[in-house]
Design a protein around this ligand. Structure first.
Ligand code: PGA
Length: 240
């Protein structure tokens, strides 16, 4: 279960989540992708093997240089992050190209970070029946293959679903997850299955509908991870 805590959380809110999570659920892996300013503090503070800390983006270059305000994969690693979200639609919206995302994946792989690589179609692309073509293009154009197979997790996040309350049908999701897994096997020339998460408007009420999907490996939760109660309820309801 991955929480993309966007830019919302501040220290005391994450502390509150950790305190509550310790009481309620101990055995499910939770990754908190926190704002960069909190990575060092929480990666030192959290001792549970079930809770890991990640970042939310990184710069395409891993060299020190004139990149004012940017955080590199090496800096994330140095601060204690184990994961990084890359290719999030909000960053694509702000100008991240497929080539740039590939460079970010490459620098993150070299730093031995685990990568949550987000892909997903827009509402317009879905309407035109282009979902599968778009996902294939995003995978092929951005995946950096060398040494990355054990480091990559895909998060399927349809752009029209993020923060909107809209969710694809279960039948559609089942087809999309097996398509992504099949494409990844082709890209990496492997029989090994790579984990695929779903992200987009998941909450404590609708989480139950996902339990029937057998080829789904977890979730990337945005809005609902901002409330400790909602986030813990999602975990409780899914794994009950
Ligand atoms: P959402 O966002 O859960 O708020 O739809 C998902 C995300 O930001 O990754």
């Amino acid at each position: 279960m991955f929480g993309n805590l966007n830019s919302f959380r501040i220290v005391h809110q994450i502390n509150a989540f950790c305190k509550k999570y310790r009481k309620h659920q101990k055995n499910y892996k939770v990754i908190l992708c926190v704002p960069s300013t909190l990575i060092y503090y929480f990666s030192n503070k959290i001792k549970s093997k079930f809770v890991s800390i990640g970042g939310q983006n990184c710069h395409r270059s891993n060299k020190f240089g004139s990149f004012t305000g940017s955080i590199t994969a090496g800096m994330l690693k140095n601060a204690g992050a184990k994961y990084v979200i890359l290719g999030h639609s909000e960053n694509r919206f702000e100008g991240d190209t497929e080539q740039e995302i590939k460079k970010k994946i490459e620098t993150s792989v070299k730093e031995k970070l685990n990568i949550i690589f987000c892909i997903g179609e827009t509402a317009k692309e879905k309407k035109k029946g282009k979902t599968f073509a778009v996902l294939k293009k995003q995978l092929i154009n951005s995946i950096y293959k060398s040494n990355s197979i054990s480091k990559i997790i895909i998060a399927y996040e349809p752009r029209w679903s993020i923060g909107t309350g809209k969710i694809p049908k279960i039948t559609e999701l089942t087809k999309i997850f097996s398509f992504i897994k099949k494409e990844l096997k082709k890209i990496f020339k492997t029989k090994k299955s790579i984990s695929v998460l779903y992200g987009g408007s998941v909450n404590d009420k609708n989480i139950n509908m996902f339990t029937s999907i057998s080829n789904l490996d977890g979730f990337l939760i945005g809005g609902s991870s901002q409330s400790s109660k909602k986030f813990i309820d999602i975990i409780k309801n899914y794994y009950k």
